[in-house]
Design a binder for this molecule. Structure first.
Ligand SMILES: *Cc1c(COP(=O)(O)O)cnc(C)c1O
Length: 424
């Protein structure tokens, strides 16, 4: 085969349009040709520590041999089958495995392809739940700085920003609230009261708002808000797409809370970062509202690749790895290490509000304001660290680490020291 005398990065530039990437200033993409454990290797052989788990999806490292084996076996047995009227062992086994570890009120699993679709399904479930019961509830409650994905419904329930601006007029109205604190809870409750009978559901990222800037808030205040919503008949849609599968130090953010949601969205770490897959789980009561003699009560939603068997098998393999004692010990180890670094930089002149939740570590550099995401304040820091073989992708002025659980202490220390070194 004749290959043009160009690098993959050069050929990429001629044909590919990359996500969330301002084209004019982007420069060449780094072409990764191989991954192993916490490391990625580019076409020139340079090694990078994947300190953000490839956009928060990877749990056990790249090209994990056990997941690879399982997917290969599945591929040789059954690659995919229609999921309407048909099912397959990997989907059944995965749903059983998920329901065994999710809050006990979660009883049914609806499959889709990614995080955004998991949120779309959740919104449709909540809205049609009301519709099927003959209630007129069409409003949705969400956090002002939340992020739930890039499809239209998911965008609508996300915060309004430069990301959503071109579509602003087409996004349905959402009732936005601030993150709960001990001080503002009464105010938020009073505000919810004004609309309560029209609100179908409250959609929220528990404990950590990821794309909004790794903003962290207290479980106790979320619990209070959840209790209030429940008392007003508002369904709780918990988006654990980012925080699920151990990121917060526990299996799910739900494990830090006393209240249980009605609907949950999972994706990202679901397959250990191997294949795209999303699930929306719900209580028996929600499922029950769709079990009706009226055919219009059906949830008419589905994707061609719903419950793809390769993705389900990858997820099953990842779940097995995640439950292993050594993985749980690694999660605890990384959380402790992060905590140590957070304490170390607490008074650093160039680092503000260093914060940590389990394996998620975040800090602000540069100045904060509404448009700080677009100011690329961390770009030089990002470039310098990339040079040193550390892959990060700051959110505006927010530098954060979300490493795969196989990341070694030596690599964590290397990253921490490099950050301090670059900041000077
Ligand atoms: C990433 C993310 C999504 C969207 O998932 P995609 O797979 O990127 O569509 C939704 N909610 C949260 C909290 C996320 O972090």
């Amino acid at each position: 085969m004749s290959t043009p005398n160009l690098s993959w990065a050069q050929r990429d530039g001629a044909v590919n349009w990359h996500p969330f990437t301002p084209i004019k200033t982007a420069g060449e993409a780094v072409a990764i040709v191989r991954g192993e454990g916490a490391y990625l290797y580019d076409e020139k052989g340079k090694r990078y520590i994947d300190a953000i788990s490839s956009w928060w999806v990877n749990l056990h490292g790249h090209a994990h041999p056990y997941i690879a084996e399982q997917v290969y076996e599945q591929l040789r047995t059954l690659e995919h089958v229609i999921f309407a009227g048909f099912t397959h062992p990997s989907a059944v086994a995965l749903s059983e495995a998920l329901l065994a570890v999710l809050p006990e009120n979660q009883q049914k699993v609806f499959f889709s392809d990614n995080g955004s679709t998991a949120v779309e399904v959740a919104l449709k479930m909540a809205l049609q739940y009301a519709y099927n019961r003959g209630e007129k509830k069409t409003k949705i409650l969400a956090f002002r700085q939340g992020y739930h994905g890039d499809t239209f419904g998911a965008m609508a329930v996300s915060g309004r920003s430069g990301w959503t601006e071109p579509f602003a007029e087409l996004l349905f109205d959402v009732i936005h609230i601030d993150l709960p604190t001990a001080e503002n809870l009464p105010e938020i409750h009073a505000f919810i009261d004004q609309h309560a009978d029209q609100i179908a559901c409250f959609v929220y990222e528990p404990l950590v708002l990821g794309a909004g800037g790794m903003i962290m808030y207290e479980a106790e205040h979320l619990d209070a808000l959840m209790r209030y919503c429940r008392s007003k008949g508002i369904l709780l849609v918990q988006d654990e797409i980012f925080v699920g599968f151990g990121r917060t130090g526990r299996m799910f953010a739900a494990n830090h809370l006393t209240g249980q949601p009605d609907i949950m969205c999972l994706s990202k770490g679901l397959t250990g970062g191997t294949m795209p897959l999303g699930v929306t789980t719900c209580t028996e009561a929600i499922h029950e509202a769709f079990c009706t003699d009226n055919v219009y009560g059906t949830l008419f939603h589905g994707h061609s690749f719903t419950a793809n068997s390769l993705a389900c098998r990858a997820a099953l393999a990842s779940m097995e790895l995640l439950k292993r004692e050594e993985t749980q010990a690694s999660i605890a180890r990384i959380s402790r290490r992060h905590e140590g670094f957070r304490a170390r930089v607490a008074t650093h002149a160039k680092i503000r509000s260093a914060r940590q939740c389990g394996t998620i570590l975040a800090m602000n550099l540069g100045s904060d304001d509404k448009d700080s995401y677009f100011r690329n304040q961390c770009k030089p820091v990002f470039a310098a660290l990339l040079d040193q073989g550390i892959l990060l992708r700051p959110l505006g002025n927010v530098l954060y680490l979300v490493p795969p659980y196989c990341t070694s202490d030596a690599d964590l220390d290397y990253i921490y020291d490099a950050i301090i070194g670059v900041l000077g």
